[in-house]
Design a protein around this ligand. Structure first.
Ligand SMILES: [Zn+2]
Ligand SMILES: [Zn+2]
Length: 291
């Protein structure tokens, strides 16, 4: 039995905004939702999921490809439009997860601290509120990233306001048809954001519980096709734990990894480059060779 760390109790009063955000999609009961609102809800889910996995995860946490200072900011901005805190906060905590996977210091080990704590409890836990800048030194030289990390809610707010005006124009008679965009905010932005939370959180909770293990790692990470679909490729979590340095998480052609395809597409236009690959000996490391 591994000895666990003592984790601080959650202060529910301080999590009022987070709880309110979770309840906010219920506004749809009053506003209703048009077909446009539903299309936007799904589109903004996948659009932002791409930036979560390509930005927060594959770029800021693992540096699996290179890009310009400008596009790096774009990656952080749209990742943060998901309201999952600052890119430097996200990446610094994620680096701790890999260093101590399913060990006492892992911020979100489902095995040690339980499913709900791994899924969303740790985000509210007082000890994980701060950005561990010492662990993300490679990015702290960029002042704009520090600024964005401090004002982590700004891209989400900007997106919500944009969605509101688009909703006014599409559902109503113009940008200032003030009530027409309310359903677009409720469904297109708020519901989409809550779904996006839980889509992302499954990586920390379910991906260390369900699925198959191809590679021997000293954690419980697993691979799941279905979770790879809803997370645009993050479901190949056992692959990723075995070899974190690659931009690609679906190591084989049948392991659908949409984020990787988009990263590859961006490289054709010179927006990203030096995409790190999976070496052959890593890919086939699970095959036992006869002596
Ligand atoms: Zn990772
Ligand atoms: Zn993991």
């Amino acid at each position: 039995m591994i000895e666990k760390e003592k984790r601080q109790r959650l202060n529910w009063k301080k999590e009022f905004d987070y709880i309110l955000l979770h309840l906010s999609p219920l506004l749809i009961l009053w506003t209703g939702a048009t077909w446009f609102d539903w299309v936007l809800c799904i589109s903004l889910y996948f659009f932002r999921m791409f930036f979560i996995t390509a930005g927060y995860h594959r770029y800021f946490s693992h540096k699996t490809f290179k890009t310009s200072r400008f596009f790096q900011f774009i990656l952080a901005w749209f990742a943060q439009s998901s309201l999952q805190k600052g890119a430097l906060w996200w990446a610094s905590n994620h680096r701790v997860h890999h260093k101590h996977s399913d060990k006492p210091k892992d911020p979100h080990s489902s095995k040690l601290y339980g499913f709900w704590y791994a899924h969303m409890g740790w985000i509210m836990a007082p000890e994980f509120k701060v950005t561990q800048y010492a662990l993300i030194r490679d990015f702290t030289k960029y002042k704009e990233l520090i600024w964005l990390n401090r004002h982590h809610w700004l891209p989400g707010l900007a997106l919500m306001v944009t969605v509101y005006f688009i909703g006014n124009a599409v559902n109503g008679s113009g940008l200032f048809d003030w009530s027409a965009g309310l359903s677009t905010v409720a469904c297109g932005f708020l519901l989409s954001t809550v779904l996006l939370y839980h889509g992302t959180f499954t990586i920390n909770s379910l991906m260390h519980r369900i699925g198959r293990r191809r590679y021997k790692t000293d954690d419980d990470s697993k691979n799941s096709f279905w979770l790879a679909l809803i997370t645009l490729g993050e479901g190949w979590h056992n692959n990723h734990h075995y070899f974190q340095a690659a931009a690609r998480q679906g190591f084989f052609w049948w392991e659908v990894d949409i984020t990787y395809y988009v990263i590859k597409f961006l490289s054709w236009f010179g927006i990203v480059w030096d995409i790190r690959k999976v070496p052959k000996q890593v890919k086939y490391a699970f095959v036992k060779t006869e002596e």
